[in-house]
Design a protein around this ligand. Sequence first.
Ligand code: SAH
Length: 457
Amino acid sequence: MDFVKNQIVILTVEDIGTNGEGIGRVDGFTLFIKGAVIGDRIEARIIKLKKHYGYARIEKIIEPGKDRVTPVCPVADKCGGCTIQHMSYEKQLEWKFYKVKNCLERIGGLVDIESKMEPIYGMEMPYYYRNKAQFPVGTDKNGKMITGFYAGRTHSIIENTHCYIQSEVNEQVLQIILDYCRRNHIVAYDEKTGKGILRHILTRVGFRTGEIMVCLIINANKKKMRNIEELVEELIKIDGMTSITFNINRERTNRILGDRIIPVWGQNYITDYIGNVKYQISPLSFYQVNPKQTEVLYGKALEYAGLEGNETVWDLYCGIGTISLFLAQKAKKVYGVEIVPQAIEDAKRNAEINGFDNVDFFVGKAEEVLPREYEKNGVYADVIVVDPPRKGCDASLLDTIVKMAPKRVVYVSCDPATLARDVKILGESGYRVEKVSVVDQFGHSVHVESVVKLSRE
Ligand code: SAH
């Protein structure tokens, strides 16, 4: 059947796409529909046609899917943050579990994988789970300073100070800052003109320690923040306030943070724990945003590594060394490799404050460092852990892993498709999947995290 723009079609939504949109088919032709949930029977208007697929808009929900719920957040449909809050949390978890399973079967070529999969580890409380927020600041059409989050794929701010996936203390912090700015005539930065002062408000909360960090990202020197003592005085009334800083960013760029941190009150960092490991977190450090579920995820990685105390372990794509330090609790020696030098500085400091002397870190690309260390220095591994970005591992890295022949490979992944591709390659060289777990780190979003244990046959 040939479709035309504006045509009305009736379909049932079967899946969710990478941006949270519903996916359905009419006569085998795929349509993407924003705001539609699996199971919805809808009347939709085709708004854009491509050769093999199209986009449609909901005209009428004929019958809501049984998993459709009313989002708790009043701006959920406008805000670009939560893309699937319309779907019950149970259904989100089920969808994530099957997404991993389907990738491992279809791309990874694995049969009967479900028998190796643990039940998905969902959150006990899928709200207020994030420890880090970066609120853009802008001006509404009446000239009032506002903050909130960007609408999907744009930079228009959806005004909101109560985000249901962020720490609850943010609302109070934001209100104090907005009041201070309005009183002192400090204006919001304007991306179009490059003028104005306050760009973003960054907050971080140590979930275990209760420590709070507030960082104001400004397009000016600190003197422009008049009467700053007024702001400090209000902010430090909040229980747990530990760090107040400015970050100077005068570039006309989409990058949120500049490189320079200026202390305003308290220390420049907060401290938090994942498991028994302590981390110092500055406004610029990378740190997992859902510490509770990270503990579950890395706990699984540690379990799958099967350490008894005599092992040499490589942790590739180690970031600030979160997994490395987790592993160091049980291994003889851990080596971490990471491309960002700043992250390695954090990793080293974190090793030090925890008193680990059995970890070493390398700055560089995993696919360069490991082959080099193997060819030149004949390094060895009992277990190799990888936690790559979405694009997965480089083929040359997988090649070196196979040559090094560790007993086990633990693959932590944020993209089941590239995970499945890499697991297939390792499988062809004698590594068999033994266990899989899926851990939900980002409720109400389509992100999927999983860990796979592979053993050499
Ligand atoms: N396990 C880490 C986070 C991993 S995220 C933690 O918990 O902190 C993936 C990391 O891989 C990022 O820190 C990114 O900077 C790094 N990275 C990306 N490409 C890389 C490469 N080719 N070699 C090594 N590290 C890389």
